[in-house]
Design a protein around this ligand. Structure first.
Ligand code: ADP
Length: 469
């Protein structure tokens, strides 16, 4: 079976978040179970910095290889992709994103014909590749090359839909009232909506999120469209690529460790992190880590509202992230005010990310919504206890630890308020200060398994079912 992955970001070539991790590691897991996968993504300028050898195929297409034999094709266009950011800069999204990703989708379908890679499935990820299902059924409907090709649309985060002014519709180069209606969204154009309508199957990245996005609260205006395809919306939990995320082999951390033998190494990593970020080097103080986009989604409001109370508890906090100006500013101010307790790094820094997962005692992830979330899974795999809000993939992967549930693997709050967040952290710190209990909890955490193998099998089954449709 031949599958093409279409994604705007793929590790190790370009990454702003979990989408890149998924689209870099799921193909490897699929290849291992015998599926022939190719990847097509935009040829951003950062691709050349990946350390991978990239060869020129044609004037505007280059190529690299990952896994055993997965060809990653880069659609090049200096004007569109030769920029610093993937989607925008500090002043916001690039105004020509429709042109950029429309070009990418169009060129992808032309490229596959050119290189004669005839896919059974084109697996599209998020709005940037959502035009492909539309093009397959409209522009290419009579093309023998794509006659049997089916499309799958995976929604990694419904908050990003690719919405553009309606006047740009002619740029899409598709006609007809049904197609126009598929893009229609409150008098604007919505690329993800059309991708959902046109694809042969819709998936998302956790079972809980699959349910949530069909409700008004989480559906971001698309709950109706998704609800119409109720039986076809499947939630499959993402996995972790253990070649990248593995404390046994992680070259970024001070001391490697395993689930069976972690005691001293966890502490060494913690002390190294404290040293590096100019915090007091102490083993008795709970160290709370955060790695992620600084956005409303990730619960930054709750964190900022509770900072004053948190520092009173004799704790340390480490933040690594980039994002909204307002949060960057507030975190910086907090780090200046509470320099003994808070360290902030406003950067995208892969090594430091690994060091925070390894060196923290607790990992903060109070996301207001979370399609799947990789950070809590990484933290669990590194023996660092996640503190999460019960939503989406967080609800699927983290279970509350407490007197009633000694099998739990983290701390979960169910009422989205700063008071509840504070309360659950107090609870977590109480357990941290009880060595026997914390040790028990850590052992639970190390038992969690989020490898890709299981999820890859589910995708394989979905591909087979869609192929038969
Ligand atoms: P998202 O909603 O951003 O996709 P996920 O939890 O699914 O959130 O994935 C986030 C991924 O990006 C994780 O691998 C996390 O470690 C990484 N990440 C996010 N921000 C940063 C940063 N500033 N520096 C390094 N890694 C980061």
């Amino acid at each position: 079976m031949k599958v093409v992955f279409c994604s705007s970001e793929v590790v190790p070539f370009a990454k702003t978040g979990g989408l890149a991790d998924v689209c870099g590691s799921l193909p490897l897991a699929l290849e291992k179970i015998g599926i022939e996968v190719a990847i097509v993504m935009p040829g951003y300028s950062c691709v050349g910095k990946s350390g991978y050898s990239v060869e020129q195929v044609t004037e505007n297409v280059s190529r690299a290889k990952i896994g055993n034999n997965i060809q990653v094709h880069f659609i090049e266009h200096e004007g569109y992709f030769g920029r610093e950011g993937l989607y925008g800069d500090t002043s916001g999204d690039y105004p020509d994103n429709l042109d950029r990703f429309g070009f990418y989708c169009d060129r992808t379908l032309r490229l596959l014909k050119q290189i004669d890679f005839q896919p059974d499935i084109i697996h599209c990820h998020d709005w940037q590749s959502a035009l492909i299902p539309v093009y397959i059924k409209e522009k290419y409907k009579d093309d023998a090359f794509y006659l049997k090709t089916k499309t799958i649309m995976t929604v990694h985060n419904l908050a990003f839909q690719g919405v553009f002014p309606k006047v740009q519709y002619p740029k899409l180069d598709v006609e007809g009232s049904f197609v126009a209606q598929s893009f229609e969204f409150y008098d604007q154009l919505n690329l993800l909506k059309a991708g959902i309508v046109y694809s042969d199957k819709v998936t998302t990245v956790s079972p809980q999120y699959a349910k949530e996005i069909q409700t008004k609260q989480f559906g971001c205006g698309l709950e109706g469209v998704l609800g119409e395809r109720y039986d076809e919306v499947t939630g499959i939990l993402n996995g972790l690529d253990h070649d990248i995320w593995n404390p046994k082999t992680d070259g970024f951390i001070a001391e490697k460790y395993s689930a069976e033998d972690f005691g001293d190494a966890k502490l060494t990593n913690k002390m190294q992190l404290q040293k590096e970020l100019y915090l007091d080097v102490r083993d008795d103080v709970p160290l709370l880590g955060f790695v992620g986009r600084l956005s409303h989604q990730k619960g930054l409001d709750l964190i900022i509202e509770t900072l004053d109370d948190l520092v009173k508890m004799d704790i340390q906090m480490v933040f690594l992230g980039l994002g909204d100006e307002q949060y960057q500013k507030k975190l910086k101010e907090a780090a200046a005010l509470y320099s003994d307790n808070i360290a902030v790094c406003l950067d995208f820094n892969e090594p430091l990310g690994h060091q925070i997962y390894a060196g923290s005692d607790l990992f903060l992830m109070p996301s207001q919504f979370e399609p799947c979330g990789l950070s809590q899974m990484i933290s669990l795999y590194y023996g660092t206890i996640p503190v999460v809000y019960k939503t989406g993939g967080l609800a699927d992967t983290v279970k509350s630890f407490g007197p009633m549930n000694k099998d739990g693997n983290g701390f979960v709050f169910t009422n989205y308020s700063s008071a509840s967040f504070l309360k659950v952290i107090q609870k977590a710190i109480k357990v941290f200060r009880n060595e026997k209990e914390f040790d028990h909890l850590r052992k639970n955490v190390f038992r969690c398994d989020f490898s890709w193998e299981k999820s890859a099998r589910i995708y394989q089954e979905i591909y087979h079912n869609v192929e038969k449709q």
